[in-house]
Write a protein that binds this ligand. Structure first.
Ligand SMILES: *[C@@H]1O[C@H](CO)[C@@H](O)[C@H](O)[C@H]1NC(C)=O
Length: 360
């Protein structure tokens, strides 16, 4: 149990990126000013707003490198230590702005920005240096060595943590060769960098700075740049375009079919309602006509004579001729929308025995 706790503490201190927590004016030990082993982050006994001065006391920082520096959270922007001018730099400990070093002058680990830029900085600048200057082994260089010339390199091991918590280490090799060349560790001379697909043993040998090594210890192949944009082939555009068009057409056709169906169903309902109303009206009209006719017959008329009389009168009024009084729209036979429950029998036609159905 105690052993496990010790292990955990050990792991914490190994990873430990934590700065000290002594405040301004507190005692500290300047020999403990150091770079973190894994990240090369500056650490001391003092907190993020101070640094351990030569008098063994934490002093307020005199400059900053970041616009919004770490560890200054509640402090207002205008009270932060100043940023340095273009000809100066702020050292790791943040003591004060110092003038940049010339070639051969001192610099802190990987702080290329502490070196004065070369006169032709535009030709020499690349993403592997700062404005054409580079700090190797704590000394300033211009990144200007030509192919075949002797060069200086600086190999640094870093440790990182993978997603699953395992720690791994990797080496970064930096050198003072010109853009698109690298310093070969065995010959000590600058070589041309390789194009994508060429064999390689380290990132620096590839123009893309990405040597893809499948199995550790074996040589790899220069891969594509980490920030290289994906360029889909023409057929991908065509397929995606077609897919979008087909989708649109499908949706529109579907909606059109749906609407057509609804419209037709509605039409059938309206027709049925209209037919029914006409049928009621006709029934009422013939009933009232029959009543009037029967009342106007002589008192001793036989039922047969009365019926004959009625039928002949109805014919002469045109009430019962099959289509005579029907509105124009129900003369259309067989409208196409099918709903079997919307059948209507016109009553006068039923009476005449024609039994004609108007289907919706
Ligand atoms: C690099 O050069 C540019 C243009 O001269 C300058 O604005 C920039 O501050 C320089 N960078 C550093 C870190 O000195």
């Amino acid at each position: 149990m105690v052993f496990a706790a010790h292990l955990a503490l050990l792991a914490l201190s190994a990873i430990g990126v934590r700065a000290g927590n002594e405040v301004e004016g507190a005692a500290c030990n300047p020999s403990r000013n150091r770079l973190d082993e894994g990240t090369l982050n500056f650490l001391s006994d003092c907190n993020a707003q101070t640094w351990c001065g030569p008098d063994n006391i934490c002093l307020k920082r005199g400059c900053r490198r970041d616009i919004y520096p770490y560890g200054y959270y509640p402090i207002p922007y205008d009270q932060l230590p100043p940023l340095c001018s273009e000809t100066e730099f702020c050292p790791d400990e943040g003591s004060a702005c110092l003038p940049k070093s010339p070639v051969g002058g001192p610099c802190q680990k990987d702080r290329d920005d502490q070196c004065q830029p070369p006169p032709n900085q535009k030709d020499l600048a690349s993403y592997l240096n700062v404005n054409g200057s580079i700090c190797l082994n704590f000394q300033c260089y211009y990144a200007n060595v030509e192919i075949g010339q002797p060069c200086v390199f600086d190999n640094t091991w870093y440790s990182g943590q993978a997603d699953d918590g395992t720690t791994f280490s990797y080496m970064v090799s930096r050198d003072n060769c010109r853009k698109n060349t690298y310093c070969d560790g065995t010959t000590g001379q600058c070589n041309q960098k390789y194009d994508k697909g060429h064999g390689c043993t380290a990132n620096k040998e590839c123009k893309s700075y990405n040597c893809v090594i499948k199995t550790a210890g074996q040589s790899g192949v220069c891969g594509r740049e980490a920030d290289e944009p994906l360029k889909p082939k023409t057929w991908v555009y065509v397929v995606i375009g077609l897919a979008i068009a087909i989708c649109l057409i499908g949706v529109m056709t579907g909606l059109w079919l749906l609407h057509r169906r609804h419209r037709e169903e509605n039409q059938v309902k309206l027709q049925d309602y209209y037919n029914e109303q006409i049928a009621y009206r006709q029934s009422i009209m013939s009933m009232s006509h029959a009543k009037n006719s029967l009342l106007s017959l002589p008192a001793n008329t036989t039922p047969e004579a009365a019926r004959a009389q009625l039928n002949s009168e109805a014919d002469s009024m045109g009430l019962s001729t099959s289509n005579g009084l029907l509105p124009p729209n129900i003369r259309r036979e067989g409208s196409h929308a099918g709903s079997d429950d919307s059948e209507v029998l016109l009553m006068d036609q039923q009476r005449l025995g024609s039994n004609m159905r108007y289907r919706g």
